[in-house]
Every structure is written in C-alpha cells, then in structure tokens.
Design a protein around this ligand. Structure first.
Ligand code: AMP
Length: 253
C-alpha cells in the first residue's frame, strides 16, 4: 500500500526565533530551516512500515516555496520513494494545506497519510484533523505506537495515544489519517550514500491552480510579539524570609 507523508519546512528547532521589528511575523531571513521534527517522525514511521513490507511506496509531499525541495530531499534520503512539491509563494494556512493534501490524496490514492501532530512554527495542530474531515476518513492523532494488520482483505490500524493519565488505544479501518507524537520513534539520520541516492529520486512540482485549490489566506495576523522578558530571581536568607515574601510581596499565601 501507498503512504503519503506531508512534510513542512520550518525554522530549525535549535534556532532562537526573532520577531520582525514591525511585529508582522517571525524573521526567517538567514535562519537555518529544517524539516518539522514531528514530520521526521512521520517519515521514519513510514520507512519502518516499508521495512516490515506493510508499505510498498512512500510519497513525501510539501506545500510551499521552491526551497521546500530541500526538505523533500531530506525525506527522500531518509527512505521516501518519491516526492511532490506543491509550489506556492502565498502564505499557506492550515485549511489551504489540508485542501492541497486532499487533492494529492485524490490523485495518488494512498491508504494511509501520516502527518506530524503539529508544525513547530505556528503550533496550529490543525492540518491532519482538517484533512480527515475533508476526506471523510477516520483519524488517530498524537500516535505513540502504530500497528497495521489485515483481515479478510481489510487493513486496520491500531494506534496508541498518550492522553492525560494513561494510554488510549484506537482501532480504525484504512484508509485513515494518523498524526505523530514525539515518542512514536526516533528518526534515523540520512547517511551520505542515501543523500546522494536521494538526488536521483523523482520530485514532481505542481501548482495549487493545477489541483483546483484556492489557497488565498483567510486569517490575518494582527501582531506577533516576543514573550515578556523574565525578571531575574532573588535570594532569601532563610525560610522565614521566604514565607514573609510570599505572604507580603507575592501575596500567594
Ligand atoms: P499544523 O496543523 O500546521 O500544526 O501541521 C500539522 C502537520 O501538517 C505537519 O506536521 C505536517 O505533517 C503537515 N503540514 C503542515 N503544513 C504543511 C505544509 N506546508 N506542507 C506539507 N505538510 C504540512
């Protein structure tokens, strides 16, 4: 079966993000960009399913500017078979991405789409859920373990999710949507030979118009501000002084 893995190019998680002086957003000029960490986990999971011979083809897809090709090449070096870039210079909001992915699903007919649970730039946590709704497919979000089985020709996914106070196990028939949580797996590093091989793999480029999707943004960002600076702490001489400060200054006891 085919698996589709959407991967987003985001500011690398090690970079301390800076807000643009005019408050219009985050400064991405000359900043290291990488694959969204939850999407690396999604690619890894797809590759492991292929290694278990459950999956036959992994298609990585990214929506965004030309530079997203680098992110797709990383996915190819990790083990994806081919890639699709839906190229657009428009700021793509979650609903637009979900509609683009739906169009790709209609074209490619995968049995499973594995996405990250959220992109670490906007922390939206929306695309997987919106895609499931648009397709009318079942979804299991925040997966920490995935098992795929088959009975009488029907494939099923059993997904464990970490929830408050325990583990929840869901079962659903494929085709389905799964989004990954941090503990699902530890993604592999792409080796040099695989990076070289990835350069020769197929990477198709499509425009949103060709998919019949209107990607016009619907949300306007009014302002982005840095979090308030934390004030430095102070030292107290003993417990008595601490209690006095908590009572008289912080007024919390
Ligand atoms: P979000 O809902 O924006 O937090 O993103 C959730 C997941 O949707 C990400 O982890 C990706 O798997 C996928 N996704 C979001 N934006 C894009 C994009 N521009 N291109 C490809 N996949 C995306």
């Amino acid at each position: 079966m085919k698996v589709l893995v959407p991967v987003k190019r985001v500011v690398d998680f090690n970079v301390k993000v800076r807000v643009r002086p005019d408050g219009s957003g985050v400064d991405t000029a000359n900043v290291k960009m990488s694959m969204n960490p939850f999407d690396e986990i999604a690619v890894e999971e797809a590759v492991r399913l292929k290694e278990k011979a459950i999956v036959t083809e992994i298609i990585a897809v990214s929506c965004g500017i030309t530079a997203c090709q680098e992110t797709l090449r990383t996915a190819l070096a990790m083990g994806a078979d081919r890639a699709i870039l839906v190229e657009s210079t428009v700021e793509l909001q979650p609903l637009a991405v979900a509609k683009l992915l739906k169009a790709i699903v209609d074209k490619e007919a995968p049995q499973l789409v594995i996405l990250g649970k959220q992109a670490i730039d906007d922390d939206a946590n929306q695309v997987g859920q919106m895609l499931a709704a648009l397709l009318g497919w079942p979804q299991a979000t925040f997966a920490s373990k995935i098992d795929i089985t088959e009975e009488g020709g029907q494939k099923r996914a059993t997904v464990k999710r970490e929830i408050d106070g325990g583990l929840e196990t869901l079962a659903m028939n494929l085709p389905a949507i799964i989004t990954t949580d941090l503990r699902l797996n530890e993604p592999r590093y792409a080796t040099l030979p695989n990076i070289m091989k990835a350069k020769k793999k197929v990477l198709d480029i499509i425009k949103p118009d060709a998919l019949g999707v209107d990607v016009t943004p619907r949300l306007a960002t009014l302002k982005v501000v840095e979090p308030p600076r934390r004030k430095g702490g102070g030292k107290v001489a003993d417990a008595k002084e601490l209690v006095a400060k908590l009572r008289n200054e912080a007024k919390v006891i």
